[in-house]
Design a protein around this ligand. Structure first.
Ligand code: RRO
Length: 297
């Protein structure tokens, strides 16, 4: 990927590890034992956002439903308050961005591109809790138009974060690749909902949310395998990874590296454990799914 080798790395899923809060809690120990090889920020937008009304979380068997709604300080707040702190992390920084229009996204990417502390971008076209985000990433031609708009604005690597809520995620990946994406990552969360126990009222303030955790792992694995067969660019696999063995399955499906999300809420050091377990297992992974000749094109 554009001057950056992702092979075998363990990243965080955007929005699942608050490195600034973790630094406040764990101090410099966090920097000495940082649980990820690349840090992906919570997605930011050009303007500040409050996020969705509470409740924002629901625990479901084997997983979590979130309806956070993209709260963030906006571009100026991010650059002034968050970026200097994220730049102190001992790993490359990936800034996750989303726009409600292509113009807004372009403004965001052009401004963040100026900052040398930022190593790469994640283009979040898959937030299930903000309609526009999901619409961009659910449609291959719309994803291509977004990526085409962003590509001339930065020489930094751009990772397109795909939604599992698309009819055909592999088509979206191919469209992103054709428009100049350096990598794709998947899956973002699957649309879901829950009811307030004993009532017919939705639990989440926004009515619906995104499901993550082990409950989605089998679906994520299939989608990563399908995307890996079609895309030439690296695939970052995620969806319910909670162990090195789980991460290894994503590599076997064709992912170049993995990201850990929901498991970090249970254990903030999960990334380190999974990385250790994965590195112990990797030499045993002799023949991957792709090497067995399943790549179709
Ligand atoms: O903030 C959120 O509600 C959110 C985002 Br931006 C996303 O990309 N995925 C998700 O599950 N939640």
């Amino acid at each position: 990927m554009r001057g950056f080798d992702l092979s075998g790395l363990v990243l965080n899923g955007s929005g699942t590890f608050d490195a600034i809060a973790a630094r406040r809690t764990f101090g410099d120990e966090l920097l000495e034992q940082f649980p990820f090889d690349v840090f992906v920020s919570k997605t930011i937008t050009a303007e500040p956002r409050q996020g969705n009304p509470p409740p924002r979380l629901w625990e479901t068997p084997g997983g979590l439903i979130n309806s956070i709604g993209l709260p963030n300080k906006g571009l100026d707040g991010f650059l002034a308050a968050d970026l200097p702190q994220l730049a102190e992390l001992p790993v490359p920084l990936c800034v996750s961005v989303m726009g409600f229009t292509r113009d807004e996204l372009a403004k965001l990417v052009a401004a963040v591109d100026q900052r040398e502390e930022v190593a790469m971008f994640e283009l979040n076209v898959s937030c299930p809790n903000v309609e526009t985000g999901l619409i961009m990433g659910a449609d291959p031609s719309e994803t291509a138009r977004v990526m085409e708009r962003v590509r001339p604005l930065t020489d930094k690597p751009v990772i397109v974060k795909l939604t599992p809520n698309a009819t055909n995620p592999a088509e979206v990946a191919v469209a992103a690749e054709g428009a100049g994406a350096d990598a794709v990552s998947l899956v973002n969360t699957l649309k879901g909902m829950a009811f307030r126990p004993g009532t017919s009222e939705p639990w989440l303030g926004a009515g619906t949310g995104g499901v993550s955790g082990p409950a989605v792992r089998a679906i994520a694995l299939q989608q990563v395998a399908a995307v890996s067969k079609r895309a030439e660019i690296p695939v970052i696999g995620m969806g319910g990874i909670a162990s090195g063995a789980g991460a290894q399955d994503f590599l076997a499906a064709g992912a170049e590296c993995v990201a850990v999300g929901t498991e970090s809420f249970r254990d903030p050091a999960a990334g380190s454990r999974i990385r250790r377990e994965l590195r112990g297992l990797r030499p045993k992974l002799e023949v991957t799914y792709l090497e067995r000749g399943t790549r179709s094109g």
